[in-house]
Design a protein. Structure first.
Length: 271
């Protein structure tokens, strides 16, 4: 009986989570008459590509997609270098205030992003990086790097230090141990960092809306404009753009989900 109840509860929760996503997809294919009719129609009686044609012609989002790709990939590359080196340091070396530094790192991730908007804007402005890719990448690194360090350090802690000692006896230096041993053995953890960084940077709205403007706006900011800057909200356009925004994230997660889950759980249990 308990198993049946748990199964029913899980089914209900899955339906609650999946329904909005499926509704967005179906709505993006509905003609305008069905979207605004009084009687709600879940599955469209007639499928149309009108809204997808509109987001690529009348209100083109191709440039915004390109901006999001540049920012997400740039954030991921810099984040991987910073996270892997910092996590290796915290996992393998002993130095003063190491534990305090580790705790401060995760505390910075817990700090509300809204409180950092003004200070970050002033710093990025003083660097002359407002409305430029590097400026937004720096902003995204403020929350992807701390979480990545915390996650990857836990994973690296599961790699036996005896492997390092054997490599040292064979004459390997710290850099050799890091690149030839720790990085390959931390593959699932690194895949988790890559997945998290790409998805988070791709979906981020707050910093993107403040730092970027004009042609350099990212896709989430452009989608929000469809709602905020028009007297008549064209929900079909919004839903079509949302489907396009979901597609890369879905594909990436499908390829990396096993390593992502393994990386998240590997450091949870210490042997």
């Amino acid at each position: 009986m308990n198993k049946v109840l748990r199964f029913v509860v899980l089914i209900i929760l899955c339906l609650i989570i999946i329904f909005p996503i499926v509704n967005i997809i179906f709505t993006s294919f509905k003609p305008s008459e069905e979207i605004f009719q009084a009687k709600y129609q879940f599955i469209p009686t007639e499928f149309t590509l009108q809204w997808y044609e509109e987001v690529f012609t009348i209100t083109p989002i191709t440039g915004n997609i390109f901006n999001s790709i540049i920012v997400a990939i740039g954030t991921m590359i810099i984040n991987l270098f910073a996270v892997t080196t910092a996590a290796f340091s915290l996992s393998r070396f002993k130095y003063p205030l190491k534990n305090a530094l580790s705790k401060i790192t995760i505390f910075t991730y817990m700090f509300p992003s809204i409180l950092l908007v003004l200070p970050l804007y002033l710093i990025i402005g003083n660097l002359g990086l407002i409305n430029k890719y590097p400026g937004l990448i720096i902003a995204h690194l403020t929350f992807t790097v701390p979480y990545g360090i915390w996650l990857l350090k836990g994973y690296m802690d599961t790699v036996p230090k005896s492997i390092d000692e054997c490599a040292t006896i064979d004459g390997a230096g710290y850099w050799k141990i890091f690149t030839a041993i720790i990085i390959p053995l931390s593959g699932p953890g690194i895949a988790s960092i890559m997945t998290y960084t790409l998805i988070t940077s791709w979906n981020e709205y707050l910093y993107s809306s403040v730092i970027m403007s004009g042609r350099n706006k990212t896709l989430p900011v452009k989608i929000a404009e469809f709602i905020m800057e028009t007297s008549e909200i064209r929900w079909g356009t919004v839903m079509a753009a949302a489907c396009i925004a979901m597609l890369p994230v879905t594909i990436i997660f499908q390829f990396l989900q096993k390593d992502f889950i393994k990386g998240l759980t590997a450091g949870a249990v210490k042997e």
